[in-house]
Design a binder for this molecule. Sequence first.
Ligand code: TRP
Length: 331
Amino acid sequence: MKKISLTGIKPTGLLHIGNYFGAIKPALELARDYDARYFIADYHALNIIKDPRELAANIRQVAAGWLAAGLDPDKVIFYRQSSIPEIFELTTQLMAFTAKGLMNRAHAYKSAVQENIKNNADLDAGINMGLFTYPVLMAADIILFDADVVPVGKDQVQHIEMAQDIVQAVNFNYKSEVLKVPQALVQENVGVVPGLDGRKMSKSYGNAIPLFCDEKTLRKLIMRIVTNSQAVEEPKDPATSQIYLLYQLFADEEEERSLANRYREGGMGWGEAKEELFRAANRELGPLRTRFNEIMANPAELDAILRRGAEKARPIATATVRRFRKAAGIE
Ligand code: TRP
């Protein structure tokens, strides 16, 4: 039997090329060898987004994004978290086995508290219980579908370790393997995707290139990449140039080598390097953008795909929750 891979994306904003290379593309590659279960983590986004129209648009856009990037809904179980009520039952079941102290140590919560300390605000300011208990909901997302591996970025590893702790507490208490212990799968070969300012590309830094922006915007954003003041004739170092680092994501090996040589020889200005990047990026993203727009233009079809995914997911979910109920004496 194939091992199970599971991951989710929180629909909190426009997908950007960091999400694509860091999460979506590697997850779709895994889907070739694993039994894949990928979902839209819409209740996670609710902790942050309270505007209903914005949330609805984000959910749609992330769902269409996965499909445009090549997710095959006949091969991958693809669903919205909110369509699987068992996730919320399992969350309650897991709550009883989750130490409050464990939640106190979660990075996202700790940094929110840190921010409050810095601003001289009340320690709890702006922190809802959804944020505080986020790792339990995420553990339920994972455990419910018997995931063996969870492809995630380094920032999520702590959450997977918490899920392991919680599973172990359950299994230890009932002296049986009620739930499966998941493993994080951090793709080491996926480096950090740099943003326009050279820091890690992230929605919260405002330095992202949206994955499905139109050609003109793509070009404009690439032209806005921050560079140093080296003159055209000076030789340049590809390894420290975010234009080059981004180019590597889109180019084949020969193209990479050729641009690296032009960097080292000198005589190429930043404007020209950006043109090369734009050409390579648009070559890959153009067809993706077309598919994305087609999917977005047919919301009924998109809903049907997600509904079918939820139908496939529900029986798996029900089985896990039942296993827990039985072990716990709640039948
Ligand atoms: N917390 C993840 C993030 O912010 C999203 C997520 C929610 C997730 N549930 C998950 C990822 C389950 C993997 C598995 O990126």
